[in-house]
Design a protein around this ligand. Structure first.
Ligand code: SF4
Ligand code: SF4
Length: 377
């Protein structure tokens, strides 16, 4: 099997095909600290792409509650049991990826969920770790009792497990932007992709008998507009853009490069799997880091420190203010004189946002109309 370089693991690994990085790679940053599990993202995706027959259980976007929520059931527990335990040493992962842990004669270590696993997308919703006794307060972070919301989509991986496993070569990665797609004409419904995807983000359509998955809203992306789940997010927790290939230096003016590679405040989900996923998460600050470290890798505590420096770091604050501020894909950004600016591919300004929103406090008593105004906001 060819050897490829996986920057998230800090080492080479075995993969089914030769290294072939796209010219640029779509990537997302999600901030679970701000997610409220309203599921607006889930519904906007469903109404756009998966409202037809045979797509009833398909949630290309889902939001689950950690630690007890999963969709499908136990996907991350299964993933870890397939890979076995693996340590990190100085940023290098020493365990096995899903490719290296593959049983004899198979390309990827995987499992196929059954109908019951897909049937409960809200399993464990809002369930915290621990039971709150009468009079419990939450004075400290991290504290014993916690949960957080985990929005998930296809990671448009650099080394997709789904693509590696498909015996028909029906899955491909676009050279121009790294979006991973299923060719519906080539697919024969073997479900090797569903079995192989560590994140369980390929779905089998029981009516058409072929597989489907998140398409990163490529018709919008090609017009320079961010995907549906990103622009509809009312928590403004998401940003989509492009990252520079890992074998080139990151661009500090590119919002995604800045968060992921320059400041390293956004981390990949289960990088141990080895697919080099391209959805990056800011670790939740209130959670026991031993849990988030097994999920996002060894950079968790540093990422949290950086995130917590936002209040005194204008550039980082400005970039976070640009989340959810425009439909357009931002290729570069700048922060100066208390304002964050976002620019398109041509370098033209598409949005600007003040770091501090002006606030107005209205009088409790309206002297013109001689009545009290109850300010409830
Ligand atoms: S998340 Fe799964 S479906 Fe998406 S590219 Fe990676 S392996 Fe394929
Ligand atoms: S729309 Fe945003 S805030 Fe609401 S559940 Fe989705 S990611 Fe979370």
């Amino acid at each position: 099997m060819p050897e490829v370089y996986n920057w998230q693991l800090g080492r080479n690994m075995e993969y089914q095909y030769e290294q072939n990085r796209p010219k640029r790679q779509v990537a997302y940053v999600f901030d679970p600290n701000k997610c409220i599990a309203c599921q607006t993202c889930t519904i906007s995706c469903k109404q756009t792409w998966t409202w037809g027959s045979g797509q009833e259980y398909m949630l290309w976007n889902n939001v689950e509650t950690k630690p007890y929520g999963f969709f499908p059931t136990g996907w991350d527990v299964m993933l870890q049991s397939l890979m076995g335990e693996g340590e990190w040493a100085n940023g290098v992962y020493e365990g096995q990826t899903v490719f290296e842990a593959a049983p004899e004669g198979e390309r990827v270590a995987g499992w196929l969920p059954d109908d019951r696993d897909w049937a409960y997308p809200n399993l464990g919703e809002d369930e915290p770790l621990g039971i709150a006794g009468q009079g419990t307060h939450i004075p400290d972070t991290p504290h014993d009792m916690w949960f957080y919301y985990m929005p998930r989509i296809c990671n448009h991986c650099t080394y997709p497990g789904c693509l590696a496993a498909c015996p028909r070569q029906a899955i491909y990665k676009r050279e121009e932007d790294g979006i991973v797609l299923v060719d519906q004409d080539r697919c024969r419904g073997y479900q090797e992709c569903t079995k192989a995807c560590p994140y369980k983000k390929v779905f089998f359509n029981t009516n058409t008998r072929v597989s489907e998955k998140c398409i990163a809203c490529y018709p919008k992306v090609e017009e320079g507009i961010q995907p549906q789940c990103v622009v509809s997010c009312i928590g403004r927790i998401r940003m989509m853009g492009y990252i520079t290939p890992a074998d080139e230096a990151p661009d500090p003016n590119n919002p995604l490069d800045y968060l992921i590679r320059v400041r390293q405040v956004a981390l990949p989900l289960y990088p141990q799997a080895g697919t080099e996923p391209n959805v990056y998460y800011i670790p939740p600050v209130h959670v026991d880091p031993s849990f988030t470290t097994q999920m996002f890798g060894p950079g968790v505590e540093d990422a949290i420190k950086t995130y917590q420096s936002t209040k005194t770091d204008e550039r980082l604050l400005g970039l976070f203010m640009l989340f959810g501020s425009t439909e357009r894909i931002l290729h570069s950004f700048d922060v100066r004189d208390g304002i964050a600016y976002g620019y398109d591919e041509k370098g033209e300004e598409v949005v600007n946002v003040p770091l501090e929103e002006p606030t107005f406090i209205r009088d409790y008593f309206d002297t013109v109309h001689e009545n009290y105004i109850l300010n409830v906001t």
